[in-house]
Design a protein around this ligand. Sequence first.
Ligand code: ZN
Length: 409
Amino acid sequence: MTENLYEKSLIYLETFCHEISERCVGSEGNRQATRFFEKELSNLGWKTVLAEFDAVDWEENGAALRSNGKTFNVLVSPYSLGFKGEAKLVAASTTKELENLDIKDTIVLLFGEIAKEQLMPKNFVFYNPDEHQKIIGLLEKGQPRAIISATGRNPALAGGVYPFPLIEDGDFNIPSVYMTEEEGKELISVIGKKVFLESKSKRIPGKGYNVIATKGKKNSDRIVVTAHIDAKKGTPGAIDNATGVIVLLLLADLLKDYNGDNIIELVAFNGEDYYAVSGQMNYIKANQENFKEIILNINIDGAGFKEGPSAFSLFELPEVLQKITLEIIRQYSGITEGAHWPQGDHSIFLQYGVPAIAVSSKWFVDNINGQEITHTPKDNIEIVDCMRLIEISHALNSLIRRISGLSGR
Ligand SMILES: [Zn+2]
């Protein structure tokens, strides 16, 4: 059985990371990925539903910035509107400075303190600090023609991306570009002068889907296993998170004869790496009243890294579940209990009082604040060990069968 699963996992990895060119929400590749996932699950006898939502895709063709005969390197902020024009450059390095600055009809440079971390999208509800909302509010009220941000390194919030876009928000309508800290220091020399900015960028309206597959007796409590199927634009998203979706597919195979007491729900979430987290919002809306029926969430994100073991991080598990889970972890040499980390879809379930297990790779959990792999082209199939995915799938299969009162295989 393992051999068969191993071959399957290699084909799946190839499909998600190579055959499908990209999986960012709103793109055709993303829809292809959800269709493929749905088809595999329904072939294995699962009942599937596609939950549709609106999703904006985005296309860019570079940006240019000039002043006084000098050119500066700039990148288009993801999901920004395009821009072409000339205006006076002003700059702010703190919220206070921005508050006291007349930015109307200027191009405003944000650097230093104010640009130290990516601003949460306007409509992102899970985590949105007052400071971020204040900056966004000041910008919208101030009405600059465009924004340039000079940003440093911040792996915790921007993955391994440098420079990172300060703004990544399809609901924010002031055009923006971004640059490195070093380039920002050069640009400071032309503050007060006119700068010319052209940014070729456009939004493309489209659709996206969550795929929800279920098995088990009607009207019983649910065990919900989730993995986000979308990837950051411009990356193959192997570890983040093709491997998570592959675990769902392998698990669907191992559970194809499942007839236990709980409903098993496998969900390909669509939007963890998307500014509007649309799939997650859609799921929450649909389940608002039903979270109490969920006895456990297992979310897979960042699993299958070739270095080091897999990590199961346990959140708020009732004693019995905790005991069973730890017993199962002990049976697998490549799985260990992991530290707590908040940046994943398991947090959604925790917020609704549902216990959760976050499945990842120990290396990523331990290096969440320093790694420079996810959200970059380095996140490719070379860094995946599919044997890890099979081990995780077997462990989850046993766990789910134990919980559902059937003997594990
Ligand atoms: Zn992820």
